[in-house]
Design a protein around this ligand. Structure first.
Ligand code: 13P
Ligand code: ZN
Length: 271
């Protein structure tokens, strides 16, 4: 067997978590990641024997047999690169969809992130829309959280504030962003509510908490988060001075036409 620490999929995720830590989006144990890994990618690194079985406490038969690399609950993003074997785990969803079988990792007796319901339910919803969906990232980006303290949480309003502030936004997320008012995190309920939003949005913001980005690649999911966060930073810097110049609906329409994403904008959101 090869050393799993050298596996490309594992290095991709630990590079991601280190990167997010350095961006200041994952203080302490803040943030979590889940990443679909194929048996083909894994076969040289693990023998697929089950180390422990962990109850999911919710039902995910749609993901039966799928294997996810998942950050551990209470684990610090800054430590993932050096000690992946304690801070990450590979879990396989059982055929009945009720349990997760640990195939590698969580070596100090740990278990998956407390946000596993949001991650797995999110994968289920996004897989219905995009069969290549592989990753869900949750983190705590500073300016995005700040914006949920000062702005109306209505999704159209919030999305349009981002679109109007910064040219790239409507091109990167023409469907807008989902926004969930504050609720208790780490629960099955927040998983249900977040995944409902993911039917319509690849990006979901949790007020006074953080953000979720989803996609088929790390770059896609991370790119959504960094575009929202960069724009929230611009918005929050400009806000105290009074905002004079924003991109108009007609200009937003010019952008969606030029970049071929007009059909992804929700009915009635532009003018
Ligand atoms: P976990 O340590 O359980 O992943 O929780 C971190 C977090 O960000 C909760 O929303
Ligand atoms: Zn969080």
């Amino acid at each position: 067997m090869k050393n799993i620490k050298e596996a490309p999929f594992l290095q991709e995720i630990t590079r991601l978590t280190s990167n997010m830590y350095r961006l200041g989006w994952d203080e302490r144990n803040g943030g979590n990641v889940s990443y679909l890994v194929s048996e083909e990618e894994l076969k040289d690194y693990i023998d697929f024997s089950v180390i422990r079985t962990l109850p999911l406490n919710f039902h995910a038969p749609e993901l039966a047999g799928k294997i996810y690399l998942v950050t551990g609950t209470g684990c610090y993003f800054k430590n993932m690169e050096l000690f992946p074997e304690t801070n990450l785990g590979l879990i396989r969803i059982t055929e009945d969809g009720d349990n997760a079988e640990l195939l590698w990792g969580y070596e100090d007796g740990g278990k998956p992130t407390s946000e596993l319901p949001s991650h797995l339910m999110g994968h289920i919803e996004r897989l219905k829309i995009d069969p290549e969906q592989r990753i869900v990232i949750h983190c705590h980006p500073t300016n995005t959280i700040a914006m949920t303290l000062t702005e109306d949480l209505d999704e159209k309003e919030f999305s349009k504030k981002l679109w109007r502030a910064n040219t790239e936004c409507i091109v990167v997320f023409p469907e807008g962003v989902g926004v969930l008012p504050w609720q208790l995190c780490g629960t099955i309920q927040i998983g249900i509510d977040t995944s409902k939003k993911m039917k319509d949005y690849r990006t979901v913001i949790w007020a006074n908490h953080g953000i979720f980005g989803t996609g088929k690649t790390v770059d896609e999911a991370f790119g959504l988060i960094e575009t929202v966060e960069k724009t929230a930073q611009v918005f929050m810097i400009a806000r105290p001075n009074g905002i004079l110049n924003t991109i108009t609906d007609a200009q937003l329409k010019e952008l969606t036409d030029a970049f071929g994403v007009t059909d992804q904008v929700k009915e009635g959101w532009l003018g």
